[in-house]
Design a protein around this ligand. Structure first.
Ligand code: GYE
Length: 304
């Protein structure tokens, strides 16, 4: 750690803090809320000068965005890594340039010494909460489950799968199939159509690793002449307004929250890091879970 006030590349407090932010993309309602939260918190009114870059779900776009932030000599880099692996080289380049890197949302599998901090949610716990709901809700009944996974290789998908599988271990829950729907509505729909063609009416529970894929699946389920929420029970993760609306309507059965409003915490950590202050390696947001009644109550004041 450098002990110089103002951080290695900062210009010791005068003028705005220059930030480069590489976002995953615009794949989901969660992502839209997350981008808005960061743009608001890292606004010029708060003492920042933000350069925003959308990676369109591609790691190579993120790597070149980060390299260009380094060349521009930003004071800090914020990025939401689309996948977990493959970041060591570019993180080393940022470290050599003495630019603090703050991960927001998803994590990386690199050595923690290669980045300053992460602000995000506990994906494994979210998966576990979803799995526990399936296990409890289907105790004594047979559960024939299909899974719509998030983006392959993303920390959000990897950890949710791990947590979910832990929670259903040793139960009678039968996983018929599990495929990626890339966290989007359209792919959630297409993959669910395939599941329905293959397994027909034997499917009675769906775990969608985000709201959007679950919402896409609703179309496929209705088109197959089945009633979502009844013939096929549905548990999703995120807790966006659209997700909680489907829950309050009885089309979803349970939603585990993943808080996207990480902007204020990111801004605070960036300021501290640029000032050369010590920050924690990890800041986790608090998440709850909703059943249909809880969703109805929460909806009127739901911020995203
Ligand atoms: O659940 C999903 C988004 O990384 C937690 O990414 C995030 C996930 C979120 O596309 O909707």
């Amino acid at each position: 750690c450098s002990s110089g006030a103002g951080g290695a590349s900062g210009d010791s407090g005068s003028g705005p803090i220059k930030i480069g932010f590489s976002q995953v993309g615009a794949e989901s309602g969660w992502r839209t809320a997350n981008t808005k939260s960061l743009k608001e918190a890292l606004a010029s009114d708060n003492g920042f000068k933000l350069t925003f870059s959308d990676a369109q779900q591609k790691q190579e776009n993120q790597i070149s965005a980060i390299r260009s932030f380094i060349t521009q000599g930003v004071d800090a880099i914020v990025f939401a890594p689309v996948v977990e692996t493959g970041w060591d080289d570019v993180l080393k380049e940022a470290k050599d340039a003495e630019i603090p890197v703050i991960l927001e949302d998803r994590s990386v599998d690199s050595d923690p010494s290669l980045y300053t901090s992460r602000v995000g949610d506990d994906f494994e716990k979210e998966g576990e909460t979803a799995g526990k709901w399936v296990a409890d809700n289907f105790a004594g009944k047979s559960a024939n489950l299909v899974v719509l996974e998030g983006t392959t290789g993303s920390a959000a998908a990897n950890d949710r799968t791990t947590g979910f599988n832990q929670a259903i271990k040793g139960t009678d829950v039968k996983v018929l199939d599990s495929q990626t729907g890339n966290f989007t509505r359209s792919e959630g729909k297409t993959v669910m159509e395939g599941f329905l063609q293959k397994y027909g009416k034997s499917i009675n529970v769906l775990f969608a690793q985000n709201d959007d894929m679950g919402l896409g699946a609703l179309d496929a389920i209705k088109a197959a002449g089945l009633t979502p929420g009844k013939d096929i029970q549905i548990v999703t993760i995120d807790g966006t307004k659209d997700g909680l609306t489907a829950l309050a309507d009885g089309q979803f059965n349970y939603v585990v929250e993943c808080n996207p409003l990480l902007g204020d915490k990111v801004a605070e950590v960036v300021k501290a890091a640029v000032a050369g202050k010590k920050v924690d390696k990890l800041y986790l947001a608090k998440d709850e879970a909703f059943d249909q009644a809880a969703a109805e109550k929460a909806l009127p004041t739901r911020p995203y």
